[in-house]
Structure formats: C-alpha cells, structure tokens
Ligand binder design. Sequence first.
Ligand SMILES: NC(=O)c1ccc[n+]([C@@H]2O[C@H](COP(=O)([O-])OP(=O)(O)OC[C@H]3O[C@@H](n4cnc5c(N)ncnc54)[C@H](O)[C@@H]3O)[C@@H](O)[C@H]2O)c1
Length: 429
Amino acid sequence: MDVLRERIENRTARFSVIGLGYVGLPLAVEFARAGYAVTGVDVDAEKVAKVNAGESYVQDVPTEVLASLVADGLLSASVDFDVLAEADVVSICVPTPLSKTKDPDVSYVVASSEELAQRLRKNQLVILESTTYPGTTEELVLPILTSSNLEVGVDYCLAFSPERVDPGNREYGVRNTPKVVGGITETCTEMATLFLSGAIETVVPVSSTGAAETVKLLENTFRSVNIGLVNELAIMCERLGVDVWEVIKAAATKPFGFMPFFPGPGLGGHCIPIDPLYLSWKLKTLDYRARFIELAGEVNARMPDYVIARTVKGLNEQKKPVNGSKFLIIGVAYKPDIDDVRESPALDILKLLRRQGGEVAYSDPYVPEIRLNGDTLQSVPLEAKDYDCAIIATNHRGVDFSAVVRDFPLVIDTRNATEGMEAPNVVKL
Ligand SMILES: NC(=O)c1ccc[n+]([C@@H]2O[C@H](COP(=O)([O-])OP(=O)(O)OC[C@H]3O[C@@H](n4cnc5c(N)ncnc54)[C@H](O)[C@@H]3O)[C@@H](O)[C@H]2O)c1
C-alpha cells in the first residue's frame, strides 16, 4: 500500500469515476481541480462526448470550469472500462433506484463492480459512493472484487463513502460538505480518508462500511420522517383551523430542541423518497418492520391527493368542477432552484388533475419541457390569463408571484411562497 499512499500524497494518483451523473461529475471535477488526473467512465456515450467537449450537463458544474479542466488535460471521459486498469483510485457513482416492486435495484452497482473486478490490480483503492442498503459493500461488492484473487486491505482497498451532494445548494458543494467514510479494514479506511482529504475539507472516518452506509440512510430517513410529521401537521392544522406556517415559525423561535421542517406537496427527487426504503428493505430481511419509514412514506406519498382535495374544495366554493377547469402549476422541479423533475410531486398533481378532466399547463423557468403520460408539455409564462386556478408546487428563487397572484380566481399555495401576499383567493396548505 506504500505505493498508493505515496501517489495520493504527492497527487500523482490517477482517479477514475464510474458514473458521470449528478454525483459523479461534480466529484470528478472537484478532484481534477485539486490537481489529480481524472478519467470518468460512463455507459452513456452522449455524456462522455459532452465531458470531452468541455460541456456541462449538470447544473452545479459550470461549463467554464469543466472546459478549462478538460483543456488542461486534467479531466477526460470514456465509455471504455479499460481505463480503470490505469486508475489508482476508483469511485463508483452509479444509480441505485428501486425496482417495480419497490425493492433496491443494485444491478448498476453489480455491473460496474464486475467491470472493475476484471481490471482490479494491486495498490488500487475502490470507493463505493452510491446510496445503498447496509451491507452492500461487504456482502455484494467485496465478493465480486475478491474474484480477482487479490486480498482486500493487503493488495487493494475497498471503502464506502456516501455522497451528500445537494443539487442547487449555493453554500455547500463537494469541497466543503464533510464526507463520511468507512473501509472494510482499518487500512482501507485510512487510505480512503487520505485520498478524500486531498479535495474535501473535512473527512469523517467511521469504523466500518456498514456504519458509513447507515449514516447516509439515517440522514435521509431523518428528513423523510420529519417531513412526514410536518405534512401530517398541515392536515391536522387545517382541521383545527390553525395556520400551520405560523405554528412552525413560532416553534422555531425555540433556541434548542426544535428544528423546523416545512410541509409541501409531497417528496421528490432521487434520494428522500427512495433511500429510506433501502433501509426498510434490509431490515425486512432481518425480520424487522421499520414502522417510522413506512408511515412517513405513506403520509408523504398522499400529499398530492391532499393538494387535490384542497383544490377541489377551493373550486367548489366558486361553484366550479375540476372537469373543464384550467390549471397552472407553478414550479415542477422537485425542489427550488434546480431543473430536476425526478419523482416530483408536481407531476402527480398534473396527472391527478388531468384524470379528473382538468386542463393543465405549467410554468417553470428551470424546466423548459416535461413528459406527461406520453405528451410533451412546454413551460408557459407566469401570467393569470384565463386560468381557474394556480397551484404553487415549487418556489424557485427569483420567481416573483407578486404581480399576478391576485389575478387568479384561486391560488393553492403549497410552499408558503405567497407569504405577505395574503388575499381571499389564496389558500395555503
Ligand atoms: N442526485 C443526488 O442528489 C444524490 C445525492 C446523494 C447521493 N446520490 C446517490 O448517488 C448515486 C448516483 O446518483 P446520480 O443522481 O448521480 O445518478 P445519475 O443517474 O445522475 O448518474 C448515474 C450515471 O451512471 C451511469 N451508469 C449507469 N450504469 C453504469 C455502469 N454500469 N457503468 C458506468 N456508468 C453507469 C449513468 O449513465 C449515469 O450517467 C445514487 O446511488 C444516488 O442515490 C444522489
């Protein structure tokens, strides 16, 4: 391992990232900026071509930064897995979605580990970054890599380090977000910590890969459960005739023991709705039912229906049915300031309205186009025109509602985006 240590310390270690998506590309860029020679590998030839042309397709990676790293020869990409044989350090950043039956789909982790196993050599460090269930690194990846006849902790190192990237976050990126890492052996943890510290300000070693895998799932389960709690609070407050936003704001003045979470139209994105299910799935195999996870998932998944119920009530007061009414959904990305619509609850709201005969359109400057049940919809300007109702699903920074909010006959505000613009036509969640 001395060879690897020396290469990491003098920054001559060559770094390969498998999977150049929302996680892999920013990671590759940050290490290239720190002076390492980085090669990305992806099965998507279009992404590979874009990287090599210096063109970014990830919002958090500015094209100027990517282009200059490519021009300086610090960053390149390939569809050929043979580049892995040249790498001293390999990070795996492939997708970990759910299957149709909502079980973990680790097929991408398996496929990339198998490619790597064929090229694994002495003095390599492998870091799995994809979010996954506790035990994946040791029970799934290690046996695949062991088929190479190299001994972990002696000939090569294997660790798990969860990615915490928060797309659209302007304060925290790869460099200044502390990174947790746990290795299969102590040497693996030590090598991975040493490498990650080369481009990341704070690295937090833990005792095992299982602990590191569980850290990530705790973080996202914590969010899912607290969002579930506050979503249910919103439903309860409506029954109580109390303003949920006022309650949360006042509770948040407590300087200890309380952390505010806010209600919304449901969970979206690739992480919060999915990751907790990786934990509950693993626990099922150990004969344990993760009840908090199930309950939060259930409450959060029902929020689009709750938004529709509030919309129907609001329209009813104006003697209008959903059928034939015109709706404008404001903001379809799953959270503010990003262009990602994966699992976005706004899409569920659009589908539910359509199913009841509503005519739907959306306005989102970050998302020029969406696919909805086989149709393509294009973003329209934010103006009241002849809509019967607007539903605010995401409030991007810089989208100003003030000029138009009073012109809609009805506004369902699921995000408290119209705070300070209270009017009889505005209904808050
Ligand atoms: N997006 C986030 O905000 C975020 C945050 C933290 C953790 N994560 C986790 O990180 C992992 C990656 O997520 P992402 O959002 O970057 O996904 P993504 O879909 O944006 O990117 C994954 C990339 O992997 C490539 N790929 C798939 N199979 C491959 C293979 N066998 N070999 C090489 N490349 C392959 C895909 O073409 C794609 O470019 C997931 O486990 C996810 O849960 C994501």
